[in-house]
Each structure stands twice: as structure tokens, then as C-alpha cells.
Design a protein around this ligand. Sequence first.
Ligand code: HEC
Ligand SMILES: [Cu+2]
Length: 387
Amino acid sequence: MSGGTTIHSLQDARERSGSPGHGQREASLVSYIRVHNCVLRSLWRKTVQVSASVLCACFVALANSVDGPISPTNIFAPDSTPAHSIHRLSLFVLEVTGTIFMIVFSLLLYAVIKFRRKRRDDDADSEPPQIYGSNQIELAWTVVPVITVLVLFLSAAQVIHRVQDAPRPKGTIEITAVGHQYWWEYRYTQFGFVTSNELHVPVSEPQYPTPTFIALLSADVDHSFWVPRLAGKTDLIPNHPNWMWIDPQNPGLYLGQCAQFCGTQHAKMLLRVYVDSRADFDRWVHQQQQSAVSEPSVAEGGALFTDKGCFACHAIAGTGAAGQLGPDLTHIMSRDTLAAGPVSNTPENLRRWIRDPSVFKPGSLMPAQDLTDKELDQITAYLLTLR
Ligand code: HEC
Ligand SMILES: [Cu+2]
């Protein structure tokens, strides 16, 4: 449009047809191109202005939506350093790509409307101006995208580096999460106990950071640990240990979901992370470290737990039960939910679960046991003492 623009073929055509007043026409063509450039330039400025204000409006709307009650899985309400870094990066990428989208789309719209085929084009024997390259424009559309991609690449690399190479300060809690079809096993090796489905971590204060580093393993298929307010997704891959970390800055319950399809009950493989104050966390750890107390009043239930084969899949610390195929039940009553989140842990639900797990989770890997009502009551009564 500027610089080395040539218009050979139009001139050629004119020369060939020998049309009169050819110098005059060339002059009007040049002024047409000049006007055109001017229009383009002001259009460009407008586009940038409009895209900037639309983007601002989007962000204000976004920020406002965060002001209301926060959804426990809101990706726009990070509350832990890795989630903060990812959130900032994604907003930056959205800004850049959003601006590019607005510019390209506006130019496209302009071209479609302005240069659409007009009635009088049909009978004109002239061609539109033919443009054979412009160094300036070609340079611009090579250099600008290269710089854009480079900036995006470097900002992503920086965030990856910051998250993956984070130091482990002194107060770091180290645990291991094992994904099972369709539940979570949490090993607190440091504290000497194992629990399931509900993860407890201490709040991490900036002046006394106690981040939690989580090693991620799988007992069967690919799973993915994703609590959006705390960190990005990390997969639990069989035979390929991964790890991630979180340092939640506020106490509360953070929810997530297995984020990798792992079988029929994948959708009911929920994540619950309880962020406790330091005192609450220490109390919880102390309680989890205790073995199960056997109450004589529920001895029949305890015996049935063995007789009916429950012990083959479930462990209860302090008893002979050491099964590994199902969740550790030593402190089952300290959990708010059953079966990785979808069922609230009430005595009725516990009984219904033991009678037939498929009522809640069809396809769960716990088989229904053949139990009489009395046996059900006894086993349930026994489990109710495991707090
Ligand atoms: C073949 C192995 C197996 C046997 C036998 C078995 N379970 Fe399970 N159990 C599981 C699995 C696997 C789960 C996790 C299911 C899920 O969440 O998808 C489970 C879950 C549970 C839960 C919920 C645990 C939690 O953390 O929410 C309870 C309670 C339970 N079983 C009790 C029993 C009792 C009582 C028996 C004996 C009558 C029994 N189980 C027999 C495999 C078994
Ligand atoms: Cu899963």
C-alpha cells in the first residue's frame, strides 16, 4: 500500500486499450491510494482503541464476578502461589490473543464490507490495483508475530520454571497421593499414617511458609489432580511419579475433580482439600495417627468385617485388616463424605453404601456383599465407632 507498491497490470491494460486521458487517471489513482492509506491508519487506531476498551470491560466484569460468593472451583479466584502464577499468565495470554483477535477480525470485517463485489464491477473491464509485494508490510507481519510468540513463550517458560523449581522451605509437608479407580489414597509418611479421599493441609502463612508437596502416583490408570483454586492440573500416571505443590493462604474447603477420564465413575472421583489452621491441622494429624479403638459393644460388627471379607480390601490400623484395594477406614467417621465426595457421610448412607455401593456409584470397584439386615446393622455400628 506504500513504498514499493506497483500497479503494472492496470497501467498495462490502460496502455493496451490506448484510452485517452491516461496521465489524469494515474493521478487520481495515486490520490485514491493516499486517501486509502489514511483511512487504514485511522481504522487501525480505532481498532486498537476499541479492542482495548472491550478487553477492559471484560476484565471489569470478570473481576466483579469474583466479588460475589466464590465457587469452590472458580479458576478466577486463585488462593495458592502456583494457581496465582497460572491465573496471571492466562490473563496476560488472553489479553494478547484477545487484542490480536479484535484487530484481525476488525480488518477482516472492514475488508469484507468495503471491498465486497459491487454491481458496477460486473461490466467494468478493469482489474483492481495489483500489488506485487511490499517489504515494509512483509517485514511487519513477520517480525510482529515472531515477537508476540516469543513473548508468550518466555512468559510461559518463566511461570513453569517458577512453579517447578520452587524451593522446599523448612516447614514443608510432604505427602503422597495415589489415584485409584475411583478414589484417592493419601499417605502422610512423614507422620506415619494413611487416609483417603479428604486431604488436610495446613494454611501457609507468608512469614512462615508451610507448603505441601504432593507426590502423585497411580495404582491403575491415568488420573489427574486438579483443584483449580490451588494449582494447575497434574496427572497421576502409573509407573511415572509426578509431583506438585500448593501453599494455600486461607483456611477453608477447596474442591476439585479427577480431571482425566479414568473409567465409569470418573465423574464421582472428587477432590476435597481441607486447609486447616496450624492448630487444627496438628490436632487432625494427632487424631489420624491413633489406631482404631475396639469397643466391646460393636464386637460382632468387627468380627463380621473379617468374616465377610471386608478386610481383604480395607485397612483399619490396630486390627488385622490391611487390605489395599479400597480406602483406609481407620478414621472413616472423621470424613464428611463417602466414596470420594459424592455421598455425605451419614449413618444411613454408610449402611446403604455397604449394602450396595452401586446405588451411589454404579461401576464402583467395591462389590455388594451378601449381608442380612442384622449383619448390615452390626457392620455399620462398628464402622460408626471408627472416628
Ligand atoms: C473387593 C474389594 C472390596 C471389598 C471386599 C470391600 N470393599 Fe469397601 N470399598 C472398596 C473400594 C474400591 C472402595 C472405593 C469405592 C469408590 O469410591 O469408588 C470402597 C469403599 C468403601 C467405603 C467408603 C470409604 C470412604 O473412604 O469413603 C466403605 C465405608 C466401605 N468400602 C466399607 C466396606 C465394608 C463394610 C466391606 C465389607 C462388607 C467392604 N467395604 C468390602 C473395595 C472393597
Ligand atoms: Cu480418576
